[in-house]
Design a protein around this ligand. Structure first.
Ligand code: NAP
Length: 282
């Protein structure tokens, strides 16, 4: 039976460490602040933003929210970002996705000052990750790496397979694992023989958003299985992309949903805000 990687507990530990760091910053006269922009009414986004706000409150990071109406224009959105870029009291800026279809999310992400880009989506931060330089790293992949580290899971020389190639999860995670000397394969919706490729993995990451996609027959004995997926079933339950019940019998380590990668994502966001604050006073 696999050991459960407890993201909830690890995230709590990280939040406690961050609280201490925020205290120190406050003693030096600096109050870290995160500004979140939300456009339109997306129910899931409201929950995510509420969780981020709660985490900020717990750690002592100031939090402010801009709730913009559905009909916001591209120019209005960029103007708000520009104001936040200029404000010295704001250290982190986060544009919650999705945003309405008439707006260009890439243009908006690119407009955020890369030094306040706590989501790690700005091309400068993406580029820094690609060449192995310090920058802001996308929170979910950073959270996955932190879990592997906490549980002393060896990465070097291991075969890692990631299913999903999004800009916010699959691609940056591939880069992070590569930087730690794993041999990385990234699968996507056009990949052929995915079961066979998955079965070769020492570290298997599911980040595609399809409930129970990873079944026990796709997992090598004693593989480490990381479930990034968040899906809501018809009866309102949260499930990942992995058939947890059966895969935990084959894997050596496994992350649950909920209580796995999700809380780590928020903890890494908090870490990025603290980091952005520190960098702003150097
Ligand atoms: P996304 O942008 O929709 O990307 C999904 C990726 O999965 C794409 O690369 C897609 O391939 C691939 N894919 C879809 N169906 C596939 C299939 N049948 N076989 C192989 N690959 C397939 O999603 P995302 O934003 O990366 O999120 C992925 C999942 O993680 C979602 O469930 C999301 O809710 C969850 N998530 C969780 C957290 C967290 O904190 N735990 C954070 C972010 C996301 P193509 O590129 O070919 O289309």
């Amino acid at each position: 039976m696999a050991e459960i990687i407890n993201g909830k507990e690890l995230a709590k530990k990280i939040r406690l460490q961050l609280k201490q760091k925020v205290e120190e910053l406050k003693n030096d006269g600096v109050q870290p602040k995160l500004s979140v922009i939300m456009v339109g009414n997306d129910k899931a986004s409201e929950v995510y933003v509420r969780n981020k706000s709660k985490a900020c409150n717990e750690i002592g990071i100031a939090f402010e929210e801009y709730l913009l109406p559905e009909e916001t224009t591209g120019e209005q959105l960029l103007n708000i970002i520009e104001t936040l870029n200029q404000r010295e009291d704001v250290h982190g800026i986060l544009l919650q996705s999705p945003i309405p279809k008439h707006l260009d999310i890439r243009e908006a992400f690119n407009y955020i000052d890369y030094k306040k880009d706590v989501d790690g989506f700005h091309p400068i931060n993406v580029g820094k990750l690609a060449i192995g330089e310090a920058g802001f790293v996308s929170c979910t992949p950073a959270g996955v790496m932190e879990m592997l580290k906490e549980y002393n899971i060896e990465i070097q020389g291991k075969r890692a397979v990631i299913i999903g190639r999004s800009n916010i999860v699959g691609k940056p995670l591939a880069q992070l694992l590569l930087n730690e000397n794993a041999t990385v394969t990234v699968c996507h919706s056009k990949t052929q023989n995915i079961e066979q490729i998955a079965k070769e993995a020492d570290i298997l990451v599911a980040a595609l958003g399809k409930p129970k996609f990873i079944t026990a027959n796709m997992v090598k004995k004693d593989a480490v299985v990381i479930d990034v997926g968040i899906n809501r079933t018809d009866d309102g339950k949260l499930v990942g992309d992995v058939d947890f019940e059966n895969v935990e019998k084959v894997a050596s380590y496994i992350t649950p949903v909920p209580g796995g990668v999700g809380p780590m994502t928020v903890a890494m966001l908090m870490r990025n805000v603290v980091r952005a604050t520190k960098l702003s006073i150097i």
